[in-house]
Design a protein around this ligand. Structure first.
Ligand SMILES: Cc1cc2nc3c(=O)[nH]c(=O)nc-3n(C[C@H](O)[C@H](O)[C@H](O)COP(=O)(O)O)c2cc1C
Length: 401
Protein backbone atom coordinates (compact mmCIF):
# COMPACT_ATOMS: atom_id res chain seq x y z
CA UNK A 1 0.00 0.00 0.00
CA UNK A 2 2.87 2.37 0.76
CA UNK A 3 5.01 0.98 -2.04
CA UNK A 4 6.44 3.92 -4.03
CA UNK A 5 4.17 6.44 -2.31
CA UNK A 6 5.58 9.89 -1.63
CA UNK A 7 5.22 10.47 2.09
CA UNK A 8 6.36 13.60 3.90
CA UNK A 9 6.75 13.38 7.65
CA UNK A 10 6.39 16.75 9.37
CA UNK A 11 8.20 16.58 12.69
CA UNK A 12 7.31 19.21 15.28
CA UNK A 13 8.83 20.04 18.63
CA UNK A 14 7.68 17.57 21.26
CA UNK A 15 9.47 15.09 23.44
CA UNK A 16 8.26 12.27 21.17
CA UNK A 17 10.42 13.43 18.24
CA UNK A 18 12.73 10.46 18.77
CA UNK A 19 9.83 8.13 17.94
CA UNK A 20 9.54 9.77 14.52
CA UNK A 21 12.90 8.11 13.67
CA UNK A 22 11.31 4.68 14.03
CA UNK A 23 8.25 5.86 12.10
CA UNK A 24 10.43 6.93 9.16
CA UNK A 25 12.35 3.65 9.22
CA UNK A 26 9.08 1.72 9.08
CA UNK A 27 7.69 3.84 6.24
CA UNK A 28 10.84 3.23 4.23
CA UNK A 29 10.68 -0.49 5.00
CA UNK A 30 7.10 -0.47 3.68
CA UNK A 31 8.41 0.90 0.38
CA UNK A 32 7.54 4.60 0.72
CA UNK A 33 9.68 7.47 -0.60
CA UNK A 34 10.10 9.61 2.49
CA UNK A 35 10.94 13.29 2.92
CA UNK A 36 11.20 14.98 6.30
CA UNK A 37 10.41 18.55 7.29
CA UNK A 38 11.16 19.77 10.81
CA UNK A 39 10.21 22.80 12.84
CA UNK A 40 12.94 24.72 14.60
CA UNK A 41 11.68 23.38 17.94
CA UNK A 42 11.84 19.79 16.66
CA UNK A 43 15.55 20.20 15.91
CA UNK A 44 16.10 20.90 19.63
CA UNK A 45 15.16 17.30 20.36
CA UNK A 46 16.82 15.32 17.54
CA UNK A 47 19.39 16.59 15.04
CA UNK A 48 18.17 16.83 11.43
CA UNK A 49 21.18 14.70 10.46
CA UNK A 50 19.50 11.65 12.01
CA UNK A 51 16.44 12.13 9.80
CA UNK A 52 18.58 12.90 6.77
CA UNK A 53 20.40 9.60 7.16
CA UNK A 54 17.17 7.65 7.70
CA UNK A 55 15.31 9.25 4.78
CA UNK A 56 18.44 9.46 2.59
CA UNK A 57 17.49 13.01 1.70
CA UNK A 58 18.25 16.43 3.21
CA UNK A 59 15.70 17.57 5.77
CA UNK A 60 13.53 20.60 4.97
CA UNK A 61 14.04 23.20 7.69
CA UNK A 62 13.78 26.72 6.33
CA UNK A 63 11.19 28.13 3.92
CA UNK A 64 13.76 30.53 2.47
CA UNK A 65 16.48 27.95 1.93
CA UNK A 66 15.85 27.86 -1.80
CA UNK A 67 18.54 25.54 -3.14
CA UNK A 68 17.00 24.64 -6.49
CA UNK A 69 16.34 27.73 -8.63
CA UNK A 70 13.73 25.98 -10.79
CA UNK A 71 11.47 25.28 -7.78
CA UNK A 72 9.98 27.05 -4.82
CA UNK A 73 10.91 24.46 -2.22
CA UNK A 74 7.77 24.37 -0.09
CA UNK A 75 5.43 24.26 -3.10
CA UNK A 76 7.56 21.60 -4.75
CA UNK A 77 7.48 19.51 -1.57
CA UNK A 78 3.73 20.12 -1.12
CA UNK A 79 3.03 18.96 -4.69
CA UNK A 80 5.37 15.97 -4.41
CA UNK A 81 3.63 14.77 -1.25
CA UNK A 82 0.97 12.06 -1.64
CA UNK A 83 0.54 11.62 2.09
CA UNK A 84 1.43 14.11 4.84
CA UNK A 85 2.03 12.77 8.34
CA UNK A 86 2.48 15.25 11.19
CA UNK A 87 4.17 13.23 13.95
CA UNK A 88 4.54 14.24 16.63
CA UNK A 89 2.09 17.09 16.15
CA UNK A 90 2.51 19.77 18.82
CA UNK A 91 -0.38 21.80 20.19
CA UNK A 92 1.28 24.80 18.57
CA UNK A 93 1.46 23.34 15.06
CA UNK A 94 -2.07 22.00 15.40
CA UNK A 95 -3.22 25.54 16.25
CA UNK A 96 -1.38 26.89 13.24
CA UNK A 97 -2.94 24.32 10.94
CA UNK A 98 -6.40 25.09 12.32
CA UNK A 99 -6.02 28.80 11.62
CA UNK A 100 -4.05 28.68 8.39
CA UNK A 101 -0.86 30.17 9.76
CA UNK A 102 2.12 29.56 7.47
CA UNK A 103 5.22 31.00 9.11
CA UNK A 104 7.77 28.21 8.73
CA UNK A 105 8.61 25.36 6.35
CA UNK A 106 6.34 22.86 8.12
CA UNK A 107 3.22 24.99 8.44
CA UNK A 108 3.63 26.55 4.98
CA UNK A 109 4.01 23.19 3.24
CA UNK A 110 1.10 21.74 5.21
CA UNK A 111 -1.06 24.66 4.08
CA UNK A 112 0.05 24.25 0.48
CA UNK A 113 -0.36 20.51 0.06
CA UNK A 114 -3.53 18.88 -1.21
CA UNK A 115 -2.43 15.42 -0.03
CA UNK A 116 -4.36 13.62 2.72
CA UNK A 117 -3.06 14.62 6.12
CA UNK A 118 -2.59 12.37 9.11
CA UNK A 119 -2.15 14.31 12.34
CA UNK A 120 -0.62 12.43 15.27
CA UNK A 121 -0.79 14.67 18.35
CA UNK A 122 1.48 14.11 21.33
CA UNK A 123 1.58 16.43 24.28
CA UNK A 124 1.09 16.85 28.00
CA UNK A 125 -2.33 15.67 29.19
CA UNK A 126 -3.45 19.16 30.23
CA UNK A 127 -2.42 20.60 26.86
CA UNK A 128 -4.46 17.83 25.25
CA UNK A 129 -7.47 18.56 27.45
CA UNK A 130 -7.28 22.32 26.88
CA UNK A 131 -10.43 23.53 25.11
CA UNK A 132 -8.32 25.48 22.61
CA UNK A 133 -6.51 22.29 21.52
CA UNK A 134 -9.82 20.42 21.40
CA UNK A 135 -11.42 23.13 19.24
CA UNK A 136 -8.40 23.21 16.92
CA UNK A 137 -8.47 19.44 16.44
CA UNK A 138 -12.20 19.56 15.82
CA UNK A 139 -11.55 22.09 13.07
CA UNK A 140 -8.89 19.87 11.50
CA UNK A 141 -11.35 16.97 11.46
CA UNK A 142 -13.92 19.24 9.81
CA UNK A 143 -11.32 20.10 7.16
CA UNK A 144 -11.16 16.37 6.41
CA UNK A 145 -7.81 15.66 8.09
CA UNK A 146 -7.38 12.39 9.96
CA UNK A 147 -6.48 12.82 13.64
CA UNK A 148 -5.16 9.89 15.67
CA UNK A 149 -5.98 9.83 19.36
CA UNK A 150 -2.90 9.84 21.59
CA UNK A 151 -2.22 6.83 23.78
CA UNK A 152 -2.67 6.84 27.52
CA UNK A 153 0.32 5.84 29.59
CA UNK A 154 3.44 7.05 31.32
CA UNK A 155 4.17 10.61 30.15
CA UNK A 156 7.58 12.30 30.04
CA UNK A 157 6.36 14.46 32.93
CA UNK A 158 6.57 11.39 35.16
CA UNK A 159 2.90 10.60 35.58
CA UNK A 160 0.19 8.61 33.83
CA UNK A 161 -2.02 10.44 31.39
CA UNK A 162 -3.32 10.78 27.87
CA UNK A 163 -0.96 12.38 25.40
CA UNK A 164 1.62 9.79 24.34
CA UNK A 165 2.46 9.38 20.68
CA UNK A 166 0.89 6.12 19.45
CA UNK A 167 3.36 3.39 18.54
CA UNK A 168 4.97 4.00 15.11
CA UNK A 169 3.63 0.63 13.86
CA UNK A 170 0.09 1.90 14.49
CA UNK A 171 0.83 5.19 12.74
CA UNK A 172 2.00 3.24 9.68
CA UNK A 173 -1.22 1.19 9.72
CA UNK A 174 -3.30 4.35 9.95
CA UNK A 175 -1.29 5.85 7.07
CA UNK A 176 -2.02 2.78 4.95
CA UNK A 177 -5.74 3.01 5.70
CA UNK A 178 -5.79 6.68 4.84
CA UNK A 179 -4.14 6.04 1.48
CA UNK A 180 -6.60 3.24 0.87
CA UNK A 181 -9.51 5.60 1.54
CA UNK A 182 -8.08 8.01 -1.02
CA UNK A 183 -7.67 5.38 -3.71
CA UNK A 184 -10.75 5.90 -5.84
CA UNK A 185 -10.75 2.79 -8.00
CA UNK A 186 -10.94 -0.19 -5.69
CA UNK A 187 -13.10 -3.10 -6.83
CA UNK A 188 -14.60 -3.87 -3.42
CA UNK A 189 -15.30 -0.27 -2.40
CA UNK A 190 -18.75 -0.19 -0.75
CA UNK A 191 -18.80 -3.99 -0.38
CA UNK A 192 -19.24 -5.69 2.99
CA UNK A 193 -17.14 -8.80 3.36
CA UNK A 194 -17.44 -11.20 6.29
CA UNK A 195 -14.64 -13.71 6.80
CA UNK A 196 -14.40 -16.52 9.34
CA UNK A 197 -11.03 -17.89 10.38
CA UNK A 198 -9.34 -20.34 12.71
CA UNK A 199 -10.23 -23.65 14.25
CA UNK A 200 -13.09 -23.54 16.73
CA UNK A 201 -12.52 -24.88 20.24
CA UNK A 202 -15.10 -27.17 21.83
CA UNK A 203 -14.79 -27.22 25.60
CA UNK A 204 -14.54 -30.52 27.47
CA UNK A 205 -13.79 -28.96 30.85
CA UNK A 206 -12.22 -25.64 31.98
CA UNK A 207 -8.74 -26.67 30.80
CA UNK A 208 -9.33 -29.03 27.88
CA UNK A 209 -10.95 -28.67 24.51
CA UNK A 210 -11.29 -30.35 21.13
CA UNK A 211 -9.96 -28.42 18.19
CA UNK A 212 -8.17 -28.87 14.88
CA UNK A 213 -4.98 -27.81 13.16
CA UNK A 214 -6.29 -24.66 11.49
CA UNK A 215 -4.12 -21.63 12.28
CA UNK A 216 -6.44 -19.05 10.75
CA UNK A 217 -3.74 -17.76 8.37
CA UNK A 218 -5.75 -18.26 5.17
CA UNK A 219 -8.80 -16.46 6.60
CA UNK A 220 -6.67 -13.60 7.89
CA UNK A 221 -4.98 -13.17 4.52
CA UNK A 222 -8.40 -13.11 2.83
CA UNK A 223 -9.70 -10.51 5.28
CA UNK A 224 -6.61 -8.34 4.63
CA UNK A 225 -6.89 -8.76 0.87
CA UNK A 226 -10.57 -7.73 1.01
CA UNK A 227 -9.61 -4.67 3.08
CA UNK A 228 -6.91 -3.75 0.57
CA UNK A 229 -9.43 -4.05 -2.25
CA UNK A 230 -11.57 -1.44 -0.47
CA UNK A 231 -14.12 -3.64 1.32
CA UNK A 232 -15.57 -3.04 4.77
CA UNK A 233 -14.45 -6.21 6.50
CA UNK A 234 -15.63 -8.15 9.54
CA UNK A 235 -13.35 -10.96 10.63
CA UNK A 236 -14.93 -13.54 12.92
CA UNK A 237 -12.02 -15.45 14.34
CA UNK A 238 -11.31 -18.39 16.58
CA UNK A 239 -7.58 -17.92 16.01
CA UNK A 240 -5.00 -16.32 18.29
CA UNK A 241 -3.11 -14.66 15.43
CA UNK A 242 -2.37 -10.95 15.79
CA UNK A 243 -5.43 -8.91 14.90
CA UNK A 244 -5.22 -7.31 11.45
CA UNK A 245 -5.83 -3.57 11.31
CA UNK A 246 -8.53 -1.72 9.44
CA UNK A 247 -11.38 -4.12 10.07
CA UNK A 248 -13.90 -5.15 12.67
CA UNK A 249 -12.55 -8.23 14.48
CA UNK A 250 -14.90 -10.44 16.50
CA UNK A 251 -13.20 -13.06 18.65
CA UNK A 252 -15.06 -16.35 19.22
CA UNK A 253 -14.18 -19.76 20.58
CA UNK A 254 -16.74 -22.48 19.84
CA UNK A 255 -18.71 -23.33 16.71
CA UNK A 256 -21.91 -22.06 18.34
CA UNK A 257 -20.29 -18.73 19.15
CA UNK A 258 -18.97 -18.50 15.62
CA UNK A 259 -22.40 -19.24 14.22
CA UNK A 260 -23.99 -16.52 16.34
CA UNK A 261 -21.38 -13.92 15.37
CA UNK A 262 -21.61 -14.78 11.68
CA UNK A 263 -25.39 -14.82 11.60
CA UNK A 264 -25.56 -11.34 13.09
CA UNK A 265 -23.53 -10.08 10.09
CA UNK A 266 -24.92 -12.32 7.38
CA UNK A 267 -27.96 -10.34 6.28
CA UNK A 268 -26.00 -7.20 5.47
CA UNK A 269 -23.00 -8.99 3.95
CA UNK A 270 -22.23 -8.99 0.23
CA UNK A 271 -19.50 -11.64 0.31
CA UNK A 272 -19.06 -14.27 3.02
CA UNK A 273 -15.89 -16.34 3.15
CA UNK A 274 -16.04 -19.35 5.44
CA UNK A 275 -12.34 -20.04 5.87
CA UNK A 276 -12.71 -21.22 9.47
CA UNK A 277 -12.32 -24.88 10.34
CA UNK A 278 -15.51 -25.37 12.33
CA UNK A 279 -15.57 -28.46 14.53
CA UNK A 280 -18.18 -30.93 13.34
CA UNK A 281 -18.87 -32.11 16.89
CA UNK A 282 -18.87 -30.76 20.43
CA UNK A 283 -19.03 -32.59 23.78
CA UNK A 284 -22.59 -33.12 24.94
CA UNK A 285 -21.53 -32.22 28.47
CA UNK A 286 -19.02 -29.52 29.29
CA UNK A 287 -17.79 -30.13 32.79
CA UNK A 288 -17.46 -26.98 34.91
CA UNK A 289 -14.60 -28.54 36.87
CA UNK A 290 -11.46 -30.27 35.63
CA UNK A 291 -12.15 -33.93 34.90
CA UNK A 292 -9.93 -36.03 37.17
CA UNK A 293 -7.67 -38.76 35.90
CA UNK A 294 -9.30 -42.13 36.52
CA UNK A 295 -7.97 -45.67 36.26
CA UNK A 296 -10.15 -46.58 33.31
CA UNK A 297 -10.86 -44.96 29.96
CA UNK A 298 -12.86 -41.80 29.62
CA UNK A 299 -15.74 -41.61 27.21
CA UNK A 300 -16.80 -38.25 25.83
CA UNK A 301 -20.09 -38.20 24.02
CA UNK A 302 -20.14 -35.81 21.09
CA UNK A 303 -23.07 -34.13 19.41
CA UNK A 304 -23.20 -32.52 16.01
CA UNK A 305 -22.44 -28.86 15.60
CA UNK A 306 -24.53 -26.81 13.20
CA UNK A 307 -23.28 -26.75 9.60
CA UNK A 308 -22.77 -22.99 9.33
CA UNK A 309 -21.92 -22.96 5.64
CA UNK A 310 -24.94 -25.06 4.68
CA UNK A 311 -27.18 -22.86 6.86
CA UNK A 312 -25.93 -19.78 5.06
CA UNK A 313 -26.41 -21.52 1.72
CA UNK A 314 -30.07 -21.94 2.56
CA UNK A 315 -30.52 -18.42 3.87
CA UNK A 316 -28.60 -16.54 1.21
CA UNK A 317 -30.30 -13.97 -1.00
CA UNK A 318 -27.70 -11.83 -2.76
CA UNK A 319 -24.70 -12.91 -0.72
CA UNK A 320 -21.79 -14.48 -2.59
CA UNK A 321 -20.88 -17.47 -0.46
CA UNK A 322 -17.37 -18.92 -0.48
CA UNK A 323 -16.56 -22.12 1.39
CA UNK A 324 -13.33 -24.02 1.88
CA UNK A 325 -12.69 -27.72 1.60
CA UNK A 326 -9.62 -29.23 3.22
CA UNK A 327 -9.18 -32.72 1.85
CA UNK A 328 -6.50 -35.37 1.73
CA UNK A 329 -7.90 -37.32 -1.24
CA UNK A 330 -10.62 -37.19 -3.92
CA UNK A 331 -10.25 -33.41 -3.85
CA UNK A 332 -12.24 -32.56 -6.96
CA UNK A 333 -15.06 -35.00 -6.30
CA UNK A 334 -15.58 -33.83 -2.70
CA UNK A 335 -15.30 -30.15 -3.60
CA UNK A 336 -17.84 -30.39 -6.43
CA UNK A 337 -20.17 -32.26 -4.12
CA UNK A 338 -19.73 -29.66 -1.37
CA UNK A 339 -20.47 -26.85 -3.82
CA UNK A 340 -23.89 -28.37 -4.57
CA UNK A 341 -24.78 -29.63 -1.09
CA UNK A 342 -23.99 -26.34 0.62
CA UNK A 343 -25.48 -24.14 -2.12
CA UNK A 344 -22.19 -22.19 -2.18
CA UNK A 345 -21.06 -19.92 -5.00
CA UNK A 346 -17.46 -21.00 -4.71
CA UNK A 347 -15.52 -23.75 -2.99
CA UNK A 348 -11.80 -23.35 -2.52
CA UNK A 349 -10.29 -26.77 -2.12
CA UNK A 350 -6.85 -27.50 -0.79
CA UNK A 351 -5.07 -30.78 -0.44
CA UNK A 352 -3.87 -30.56 3.15
CA UNK A 353 -1.59 -33.56 2.70
CA UNK A 354 0.70 -31.53 0.38
CA UNK A 355 3.82 -30.11 2.03
CA UNK A 356 3.28 -26.50 0.85
CA UNK A 357 -0.47 -26.34 1.40
CA UNK A 358 -3.04 -26.25 4.15
CA UNK A 359 -2.92 -25.85 7.89
CA UNK A 360 -0.50 -23.41 9.50
CA UNK A 361 1.58 -22.92 6.32
CA UNK A 362 2.34 -19.52 4.83
CA UNK A 363 1.79 -20.89 1.36
CA UNK A 364 -1.13 -22.67 -0.21
CA UNK A 365 -2.06 -24.44 -3.40
CA UNK A 366 -5.77 -24.49 -4.18
CA UNK A 367 -8.38 -25.28 -6.80
CA UNK A 368 -11.34 -22.93 -7.11
CA UNK A 369 -14.65 -24.53 -7.99
CA UNK A 370 -17.71 -22.57 -9.10
CA UNK A 371 -21.00 -23.76 -10.56
CA UNK A 372 -20.89 -24.02 -14.36
CA UNK A 373 -17.25 -22.95 -14.54
CA UNK A 374 -14.05 -24.80 -15.18
CA UNK A 375 -11.99 -25.32 -11.99
CA UNK A 376 -9.13 -22.85 -11.60
CA UNK A 377 -5.81 -24.21 -10.30
CA UNK A 378 -3.71 -21.84 -8.25
CA UNK A 379 -0.19 -23.13 -7.88
CA UNK A 380 1.80 -22.86 -4.67
CA UNK A 381 2.21 -19.25 -3.58
CA UNK A 382 1.93 -17.15 -0.47
CA UNK A 383 -1.47 -17.27 1.20
CA UNK A 384 -1.67 -13.49 0.80
CA UNK A 385 -1.41 -13.96 -2.98
CA UNK A 386 -3.83 -16.89 -3.02
CA UNK A 387 -6.26 -14.69 -1.07
CA UNK A 388 -6.10 -11.99 -3.75
CA UNK A 389 -6.65 -14.56 -6.51
CA UNK A 390 -9.71 -15.99 -4.73
CA UNK A 391 -11.27 -12.54 -4.32
CA UNK A 392 -10.43 -11.54 -7.89
CA UNK A 393 -12.20 -14.69 -9.12
CA UNK A 394 -15.21 -13.86 -6.95
CA UNK A 395 -15.27 -10.29 -8.30
CA UNK A 396 -15.14 -11.63 -11.87
CA UNK A 397 -18.11 -13.88 -11.21
CA UNK A 398 -20.11 -11.24 -9.36
CA UNK A 399 -19.55 -8.68 -12.12
CA UNK A 400 -20.10 -11.28 -14.87
CA UNK A 401 -16.67 -10.80 -16.37
C1 LIG B 1 11.24 19.58 26.90
C2 LIG B 1 10.05 20.03 26.11
C3 LIG B 1 9.12 19.13 25.71
C4 LIG B 1 8.00 19.52 24.99
N1 LIG B 1 7.08 18.59 24.59
C5 LIG B 1 6.00 18.99 23.92
C6 LIG B 1 5.03 18.02 23.49
O1 LIG B 1 5.19 16.81 23.70
N2 LIG B 1 3.95 18.47 22.83
C7 LIG B 1 3.74 19.78 22.54
O2 LIG B 1 2.72 20.11 21.96
N3 LIG B 1 4.64 20.70 22.92
C8 LIG B 1 5.76 20.35 23.60
N4 LIG B 1 6.67 21.29 23.98
C9 LIG B 1 6.43 22.68 23.65
C10 LIG B 1 6.77 22.98 22.22
O3 LIG B 1 8.11 22.64 21.92
C11 LIG B 1 6.50 24.45 21.93
O4 LIG B 1 5.11 24.71 22.02
C12 LIG B 1 7.00 24.87 20.58
O5 LIG B 1 6.67 26.22 20.34
C13 LIG B 1 6.41 24.02 19.47
O6 LIG B 1 6.89 24.48 18.23
P1 LIG B 1 6.55 23.76 16.86
O7 LIG B 1 5.10 23.47 16.85
O8 LIG B 1 6.92 24.75 15.83
O9 LIG B 1 7.40 22.55 16.79
C14 LIG B 1 7.82 20.90 24.67
C15 LIG B 1 8.79 21.80 25.07
C16 LIG B 1 9.88 21.40 25.79
C17 LIG B 1 10.91 22.41 26.20
Amino acid sequence: MLENKNVTVFVTGGIAVYKACDLIRRLIKAGANVRVAMTKSATQFVQPLTFQVLAKHPVYLDTFDEKEAQYVAHIHLADWTELAIVAPATANTIAKMATGIADDMVSTTLLATTAPRLIVPAMNEHMWENPATKANLQKLKEYGYTVMDPDTGFLAEGYEGKGRLPEPSRIVEEAMLLLLQHTAELPLRGTRVVVSAGGTKERIDPVRYLTNQSSGKMGYRIAEAARDLGATVTLVTASNLERPFGMDVVGVSSALEMQEALMSKFETADIVVMAAAVSDFRPVNQSDHKIKKTAGNLEIELEKNPDILAGMGQMKKNQFLIGFAAETDHLEEYAQDKLKRKNADMIVANDVSKPQAGFDKDTNEVIIFQPNKEPIHIDTKLKSEVAKDILQEAIKTITNL
